[in-house]
Write a protein that binds this ligand. Structure first.
Ligand code: TPP
Ligand code: MG
Length: 502
């Protein structure tokens, strides 16, 4: 379908699309690239929206911008809303997961069509691939006017990928959800009877203030616990029972398949847990009341789970070695320098995955922060400033990708001026790395995924912060120590080799 869509854009003399990459847009990027439509890449979707807006103002022809899904769309809507105020013609495009999974908690699932509907003349989901040119025409006509303005079209992944000649379309299908019980007696009996129980613990445990009780119960009952990527951890201290972070594309020690009974503790049923579709297990839901449970220890099963976890972590670690300075070296330094109570904030793609797999294998404190289920990047500097306000006496460390860091880099000045110190480590692969790796896998090349050089150390210094460029692996840990001791806003610029752990 995307080929037709791109053809429709070219018929309307569209020469470029402003965009920030993300997997929600991959087929569109590929088709545009092959057709010779230029993708002008930016570091924050806001700019993509503004570019389309100002092109529309100057030429009276719709400017075309595109963002991936979820919060990326909200970012783009800043520029789109500006066009809405001004009445300039804009065609804003967004991606999403497959249609059948919308509303079930698919990756970056969000009400983006409704959201955009508030600040556009028309906001639609292209739901029937055969109608691609007709819907593009509707949208384009609405944007051009007589009263011009912005419009939004969401292109779900399955639709992007569907060849229009095919009449056998992917129909929305409902995913059966397992029946879950919440009754403590039933949970206790089920855990007692199970041979290989697994607890999937998510952010709901943190909000229920049950993290400590859960960690204590799992340790006592020798039951493995895993956390879906981007949810909050429950293990402030390293523990045998904690068996790492999991998530569909992220990987993780595979226990879910082997488990005969799964307890969902404050976890959403979504793509990270395979939509709870795995068969042959008992599913239960239990978030509060861990201290009341008594279950005889499942020692043999936990030993098996720990072996799987340790083997997995060792294999991932090995992948990162021998390539020059690498995120694994930053992780080594964090392991040796980070105080136990430090707030660690992860804001990146590939770099975040390395950190999740290697740093969160045995310990995942409830005060370590990620983007959460939204999967957004670019929130890190704001989070670091808030963490300093919440914990005046603790170390606050932001581990960021170079792309994520440049959404709001000027906040360094605000942090310096308002005395909100933290240490940021920018792992710089000069790439929207995770997307780049995905493109290499799919297309053999990155499309609008590479970034140029920024001297993050000098950028920081120009705003009154400490800044250091790291040139050797041995320097990372001492530099980090010095930053923490200085109690100033500090930026460590660490050039790294790129690549994903999985
Ligand atoms: C607001 C937003 N825009 C786009 C994306 C898609 N996306 C996910 S990870 C990523 C790359 C992040 O690059 P960087 O911060 O340099 O980290 P790296 O992957 O290189 O480690 C992108 C573009 C997103 N998740 N959120
Ligand atoms: Mg990067």
């Amino acid at each position: 379908m995307v080929e037709w869509f791109v053809q429709g854009l070219q018929d309307r003399r569209v020469e470029w699309i402003s965009a920030l990459c993300g997997h929600g847009l991959d087929p569109l990027f590929d088709a545009a690239d092959r057709a010779g439509i230029r993708i002008v890449d930016v570091r924050n979707e806001q700019t993509a929206g503004y570019m389309a807006d100002y092109w529309g103002r100057l030429t009276r022809r719709p400017g075309v911008c595109a963002s991936s899904s979820g919060v990326a769309v909200a970012n783009m809507l800043t520029g789109v809303m500006n066009a809405w105020f001004d009445g300039s013609p804009v065609l804003a495009l967004s991606g999403s997961a497959d249609q059948w999974s919308l509303g079930l908690g698919s990756f970056q699932d969000s009400p983006q069509v409704r959201l955009a509907g508030q600040v556009t003349k028309l906001s639609i989901r292209l739901g029937i691939p055969h109608r691609v040119l007709e819907l593009l025409d509707q949208a384009w006509t609405a944007a051009e006017g007589p009263e011009p303005g912005p419009v939004h079209v969401m292109l779900p992944m399955d639709i992007q990928r569907t060849a229009v000649a095919e009449t056998d379309l992917v129909l929305p299908r409902s995913v059966p959800r397992p029946a879950v019980v919440e009754d403590i007696t039933e949970v206790q009996a089920a855990l007692e009877a199970a041979e290989r129980p697994l607890i999937l613990a998510g952010s709901g445990v943190y909000y229920a203030r049950e993290s400590e009780a859960l960690a204590e119960f799992a340790t006592r009952a020798r039951i493995p616990v895993q956390t879906p990527i981007w949810d909050r951890g429950s293990f402030d201290q390293a523990a045998d029972a904690f068996c790492g972070v999991i998530g569909a594309a992220t990987g993780g020690p595979d226990l879910l398949d082997q488990a005969d009974c799964v307890v969902l503790a404050g976890v959403q049923a979504d793509y990270r847990t395979g939509y709870l579709q795995a068969s042959g297990k008992r599913w239960l839901r239990f978030t509060r009341g861990w201290c009341k449970l008594q279950v005889a220890p499942k020692t043999g099963w936990l030993d098996q789970a720990r072996a799987a976890r340790d083997g997995y972590t060792a294999a991932i670690d090995a992948k990162g070695r021998g390539q020059g300075m690498h995120t694994v070296d930053i992780i080594d330094a964090l392991r040796s320098v980070l105080p136990d109570d430090a707030v660690l904030i992860l804001d990146a793609g590939s770099v975040g995955q390395w950190a999740h797999q290697l740093l969160c294998g045995r310990r995942y404190p409830s005060y370590w922060l990620t983007c959460g289920r939204s999967g957004v990047v670019g929130y890190g500097l704001g989070a670091a400033m808030a963490a300093r306000l919440a914990y005046p006496g603790r170390a606050v460390v932001l581990l960021s990708g170079d792309g994520s860091f440049t959404f709001t880099p000027a906040e360094i000045e605000c942090a310096v001026r308002q005395r909100l110190p933290f240490t940021a480590i920018v792992a710089d692969d000069r790439c929207w790395g995770i997307t780049h790796s995905g493109h290499l896998r799919q297309f053999g090349k990155g499309i609008a995924t590479q970034l140029g050089e920024i001297r993050f150390d000098l950028l920081a210094q120009s705003m009154g912060a400490r800044g250091e460029r790291i040139n050797t692996v041995e320097r990372i840990a001492p530099a980090l120590r010095e930053c923490l001791a200085s109690n100033q806003v500090s930026v460590l610029h660490v050039p790294v080799a790129g690549g994903n752990p999985v």
